[in-house]
Design a protein around this ligand. Structure first.
Ligand code: G
Ligand code: MN
Length: 369
């Protein structure tokens, strides 16, 4: 009994039933929520995961997507009460091994779990072959990479001040950008991905004639380590004075040797700097103070429902006042409703980004006001 199986099912009776059936041949851990599942996965190496699709607060498909980001090779089996083609499609795209419909018969469950756990055991011996498959998918995703552009607007002037470039790929199994990034990291291919992004973005900037329209590009902490980035071979360099590099507040710059010196070199070449996702948690305002960016982007968690929360209003007002006082431009991200727009304007935040003005799109689309 050396195979380990994680069962995720919020219905206590079903959970006990699966546990009982599977415990005969496997060592089983069963949990009732996504957060407990993620906790168990961080502690133990499982050979297979069986998950209900309808979980409280989150769909099993989203959970699988999240787990895939950390555990590329995990064998997944879904159980659902009401099968739809969308969930089936999503499950297949994410590489789920099987799909059972409720009520689940004991022998069907045993059979599919046996298949999953033996796949895991053989994977241990044929890891290079499996990595080959992943590499192949990653190469496909890179080939089918494209960039979406979302407008950033000055609301009082009804003017576009820039576009944020966002990663996309037409390869379905890596369609979610976090999965694509995690796979690049897993395969040690972040440099290749970063270079492909920079090359694609530069093609679009070359077509944009207005020099006042800036391009905001997300920079992964490890991009800073790529010698090509900011060198004469970097396709963004000719456009540097129209580019704002977004460094997320979550990026742990401390792990990068001389990150600050590397950022200083990029600025010397003419790039501006933005702190992304400010207020999403993590290191707080310290990175802003240290990097003195030209732009700060307030995270959408501060914007969502800002019209209804006095606490959020206070946060947004005080952070943006402090940043503006230091000469930084404040962008509020994820503005979706007219109420959020009006509240932000009343708080003095005039530069907005969000679905209210435009979704990310292949072309440099004009925003709606
Ligand atoms: O972490 P970063 O700020 O770079 O993430 C930007 C992400 O936010 C993109 O994936 C983009 O599609 C998404 N996004 C942009 N505007 C909105 C919005 O108004 N609402 C929501 N929910 N997401 C948005
Ligand atoms: Mn961003």
């Amino acid at each position: 009994m050396d195979s380990k199986v994680l069962v995720i099912e919020d219905d206590v009776l079903l959970r006990r039933a699966y546990d009982r059936i599977l415990s005969v041949q496997h060592s089983v851990v069963s949990v009732g929520s996504c957060s407990d599942a993620l906790l168990e996965l961080s502690r133990t190496k499982f050979d297979a995961v069986i998950s209900d699709i309808d979980l409280p607060g989150q769909s099993g498909v989203d959970l699988l997507r999240q787990i895939r980001a950390q555990h590329q090779e995990m064998n997944f089996i879904f159980i659902t009460g009401c099968p739809t083609t969308e969930t089936a499609q999503a499950a297949v795209n994410l590489g789920a091994m099987g799909y059972l419909t409720k009520p689940v018969a004991a022998d069907a469950l045993n059979k599919i779990v046996a298949k999953a756990t033996s796949a895991s055991v053989s994977a241990k011996t044929t890891l290079p072959a499996r990595l080959n498959g992943l590499t192949h998918r990653f190469d496909g995703a890179l080939e089918k990479l494209w960039m979406a552009f979302q407008p950033i607007v000055s609301v009082p002037e009804r003017k576009v001040m820039g576009y944020e470039a966002l990663l996309r790929t037409a390869e379905p199994s890596l369609g979610a950008p976090p999965d694509f990034l995690a796979t690049a990291q897993h395969l040690g291919q972040l440099d290749r991905l970063g270079r492909a992004i920079r090359s694609k973005v530069s093609e679009t900037i070359a077509t944009a004639t207005d020099p006042d329209v800036k391009f905001f590009i997300n920079v992964h902490a490890t991009d800073l380590l790529d010698p090509q980035f900011g060198s004469d071979d970097c396709p963004l360099v000719p456009f540097a004075n129209r580019i704002v590099l977004e460094i997320t507040e979550r990026a742990s710059l401390e792990v990068i040797d001389d990150a600050h010196a590397r950022i200083a070199r990029l600025r010397k070449r003419g790039f501006a700097l933005a702190i992304d996702d400010l207020g999403a948690g993590y290191s707080g305002l310290t990175s802003v103070m240290q990097l003195e960016p030209e732009v700060v982007k307030l995270d959408m968690s501060l914007v969502r429902g800002v019209d209804k929360s006095r606490l959020q209003q206070q946060f947004v007002a005080s952070i943006s006042r402090a940043c503006a006082g230091l000469g930084m431009v404040v962008v509020t991200e994820g503005v979706e409703t007219a109420e959020e727009r009006e509240t932000l304007l009343a708080l003095g935040c005039t530069i907005h980004q969000g679905y209210l003005y435009g979704r990310p799109s292949r072309v440099l689309a004009a925003p709606t006001f």
